[in-house]
Design a protein around this ligand. Structure first.
Ligand code: PLP
Length: 394
């Protein structure tokens, strides 16, 4: 007990206020269970003991060769020194070209900051604009990291049910809104009409004349099965676009993402990053230029999308046939939110299926399944789930 009190006395209130990531916690437990049943731990590995891990939000595809080759070339060329904190100019230019080509957005390189994943880009953006006491509106369900970053900056997350409820939650203290389309965890894709309506509502007069920022997390932009991606930056000037390479190019471990914003915000972001991490790994920056400009990206994406689409359809069909479960068909990303009163612990313990509890996303009564595992594992997981539901008393 004394130890616990001592710990809390020495840890900043800011750090104590941050909740650990539920996604990482359950996936670590699943990995541990898996390790304990592999032959190296003295147990024969039985199919029934294997954990089917539906928690991992990263593509189960290798980074395409043309990007790996570019990283090797960068090493051979001796690109091993510090770069400008915001990133090498060719990469910032390539990002501007991408934003123009894919999203119809006009940015100059001094509006782009390349960061250690979209996650750091988000953290920088929130730290750059949120003052203590500011309110930041976050539609539910949300990606686990948003509220924690807002709290970290001293701001107050304000949760609303979906983007249509944002308008009525705006107060004089509202500083920003965080939106994410396609969405983690629901896979929902906001339409252009919905986003234009949101942008219009943000222009309505209020007692505080300051503009409201939109932080638009577009990391799943390329993973859409139905509908079309639309960036709210097209119709709302005070938008900070967040994007990256993790999901679109299967580059999760490379840790590279970026923000695009006004020069004023980009300068603040650059300053923050210059005192925390400085530039993103130089080799990765050179590889990222190739990721955006090299040939090979389109075919890779097409194949990956086709595979995800197959898995998505299969899982939705199986889940909706099971007793006590239901789900919507997601239009993007690689997640399915399943409505159920089964809890994640029970499922892991009794069926060796790992999922993330909806509470982590502000959505109790749901479990999030990622279809970033092979079709064979998905089939096995669905069979186990069906058996569990038919034999347990939930
Ligand atoms: N935004 C959302 C909605 C995500 O789901 C993730 C990763 O899971 C990220 C941002 C972070 O991506 P990155 O790997 O680029 O940091």
């Amino acid at each position: 007990m004394a130890l616990v009190i001592h710990y809390f006395m020495n840890i900043s209130r800011r750090a104590q206020n941050i909740s650990p990531s539920a996604t990482l916690a359950i996936s670590a437990r699943a990995k541990k269970m898996q390790e304990e049943t592999t032959p190296s731990f003295g147990h024969p590995s039985k199919e029934g003991n294997r954990v089917i891990n539906f928690t991992v939000g990263e593509p189960d595809f290798d980074t395409p060769d043309y990007i790996i080759e570019a990283a090797k070339r960068a090493l051979d060329a001796g690109h091993t020194k510090y770069t400008a904190c915001a990133g090498i100019l060719p990469l910032r230019k390539a990002i501007c070209e991408k934003l123009k080509r894919d999203n119809g957005l006009d940015y100059a390189p001094n509006q782009i900051v390349v960061s250690t994943g979209a996650k750091q880009a988000l953290a920088n953006a929130i730290l750059a604009i949120v003052n203590p006491g500011d309110e930041v509106i976050i539609p539910v369900p949300y990606w686990v990291t948003y509220p924690e970053l807002v709290k970290f900056a001293g701001g107050m997350p304000v949760f609303v049910e979906g983007i249509s409820s944002i308008k009525k939650s705006i107060t004089s203290k509202t500083k920003a809104i965080i939106i994410n389309s396609p969405n983690n965890p629901t896979g929902a894709v906001y339409t252009e009409t919905e986003l234009r309506a949101l942008a219009t509502s943000l222009r309505a007069p209020r007692s505080n004349p300051d503009p409201i920022y939109v932080i638009s997390d577009e990391v799943y932009e390329k993973l859409i099965y139905r509908g079309k991606h639309f960036s709210i930056a097209t119709c709302h000037d005070n938008t900070i676009v967040i994007n990256g390479f993790s999901k679109s190019h299967a580059m999760t471990g490379w840790r590279i993402g970026y923000s695009a914003s006004s020069v004023e915000v980009a300068t603040a972001i650059d300053n923050i990053q210059s005192h925390t991490t400085s530039n993103v790994n130089t080799i990765m920056q050179h590889a990222a230029v190739e990721a955006l400009q090299g040939s090979g990206g389109e075919k890779f994406l097409k194949d990956m999308l086709a595979e995800f689409d197959k898995r998505r359809k299969y899982m939705v069909e199986r889940i909706n046939k099971m007793p006590k479960l239901s789900c919507n068909t997601p239009d993007g990303a690689f997640y399915i939110m399943v409505k159920t009163n089964v809890n994640a612990e029970q499922l892991l313990e009794h069926a060796r299926i790992a999922t993330v509890p909806g509470e982590a996303f502000g959505a109790p009564g749901y479990l999030r399944f990622c279809y970033t595992v092979s079709m064979d594992d998905i089939k096995e997981g669905m069979n186990r789930l069906e058996k569990f539901l038919n034999t347990s008393s939930v």
